[in-house]
Design a protein around this ligand. Structure first.
Ligand code: PLP
Length: 391
């Protein structure tokens, strides 16, 4: 018998807790049951037409071959221009790497900068792939816990206490998945100050940059000072603000030696992101951004409704989100932990939400409002009924 020994690296990965609920919800839907899905991590809007047109044109013109591993020059330039125009950051195109999704960009950063013996500080609640990426690199995730009492924000003191001589990287994600928290520019600067003082690199995942509400402001930690710039790798992608999740396109901007290392890793793993998709991405960055206004108004309407409704349910409390498209209500007063809560909610009321334990926070569940208002209204009624019958 063949021994299919799985590598320690792969065996150490946590199975996706979200998948069990997700596949159950899909199965129920396929059986014709009326399931309300709050699990989606993707916009429910279509990719804007001019972006699709650019990719279709590229295909028609035969732009179907390998490109440079780090991306076509035109796109790397468009990304450098975006950073200059919108973030006040001056990168050379050689510092920009285009990858197969923001997730791939994050993975490349961790792979290029972390190794055995290194520690990576990850504030919880975190995006669920971060700790697994760190483990894949052979490094150790160090989780700093936050809660709704501080709007899920890690403080400079907390960060300072978590830093050891082994700390290599600090993972910052604002606006945040799963909480929707947006750090103020002053808070971002203060966290960056600690990293600069201690010589810790920052991976700043800014993929939800454009999705802001209630006057929240996004400012990249890289833009705080030349020293902050030197300590930061910015990760971004096309999935959220241009609704291009299936296109698999992300990008990052890094100090030259890190960008070079990432280029080498990518050239031996995935090579370039899809050629004609990159042409679509050029159109996304250089073309009109009008679609965002309508999307943001709609997200905001749903967010306000869902937050008010959740806050009115006895034993549920919810910090309002200021960014992305998630709410992260606290369910601890119901007496249930998150997996149990979500499993029962799906079973009894046919509402799919993601248990907070997947994000390192078992007292919460994640609700995505990237779904129609009709779904949100129906789903909120059901959550209310579900919580009221719990004792
Ligand atoms: N970073 C965060 C915080 C995310 O929530 C996501 C997607 O959900 C990503 C990165 C990666 O997105 P993609 O790989 O689809 O570009």
């Amino acid at each position: 018998m063949m021994n299919y020994r799985i590598s320690k690296r792969a065996a150490a990965l946590a199975p996706s807790l979200t998948l069990a609920i997700d596949s159950k919800a899909k199965q129920m839907k396929a059986e014709g049951q009326d399931v309300v899905g709050f699990g989606a991590g993707e916009p429910d809007f279509d990719t804007p037409q001019h972006i699709k047109d650019a990719a279709v044109k590229a295909l028609a013109e035969g732009f179907t071959k390998y490109t440079p591993s780090a991306g076509i020059p035109e796109l790397r330039q468009a990304i450098a221009d975006k950073f200059k125009r919108e973030n006040g950051l001056s990168y050379k195109p050689s510092q920009i790497i285009v990858s197969c999704g923001g997730k791939h960009s994050c993975y490349n950063v961790v792979m290029a900068t972390c190794q055995e013996g290194d520690e990576v500080i990850i504030p919880a609640p975190y995006w669920l792939s971060y700790p697994e990426m760190v483990k894949l690199a052979g490094a150790t995730p160090v989780i700093t816990q936050t809660s709704d009492r501080t709007e899920f924000k890690v403080t400079p003191d907390q960060l300072r206490q978590a830093i050891t001589p082994r700390t290599r990287l600090f993972l910052l994600n604002s606006p945040s998945n799963p909480t929707g928290t947006v750090y103020s520019p002053a808070e971002i600067k203060a966290l960056g100050d600690v990293c600069v003082e201690k010589g810790v690199l920052i991976m700043s995942d800014e993929i939800y940059e454009q999705l802001l509400y209630d006057g929240a402001v996004h400012k990249s930690v890289a833009s705080m000072s030349p020293a902050h710039f030197e300590h930061t790798i910015v990760v971004h992608g096309f999935a959220k603000a241009w609704s291009m999740t299936g296109w698999r396109l992300g990008f990052l901007a890094a100090p030259e030696p890190v960008a070079k290392a990432i280029d080498a890793i990518q050239s031996h793993s995935t090579s370039n992101a899809t050629s004609f998709a990159q042409k679509g991405a050029v159109a996304a960055l250089n073309g009109p951004q009008d679609h965002l206004k309508g999307w943001l108004a709609e997200y905001d309407r749903r967010r306000t409704y869902a937050w008010k409704k959740l806050s009115s349910i006895p034993r549920i409390s919810c910090v309002n989100s200021r960014g992305a498209f998630y709410l992260f209500p606290n369910i601890s007063q119901t007496g249930l932990k998150s997996t149990d809560f979500c499993a029962k909610l799906l079973e009894q009321e046919k509402v799919a939400a993601v248990p907070g334990v997947a994000f390192g926070a078992d007292d919460y569940i994640r609700i995505s409002y990237a779904t129609s208002m009709a779904n949100i209204e129906k789903g909120m009624e059901r959550i209310e009924r579900f919580v009221k019958q719990l004792r």
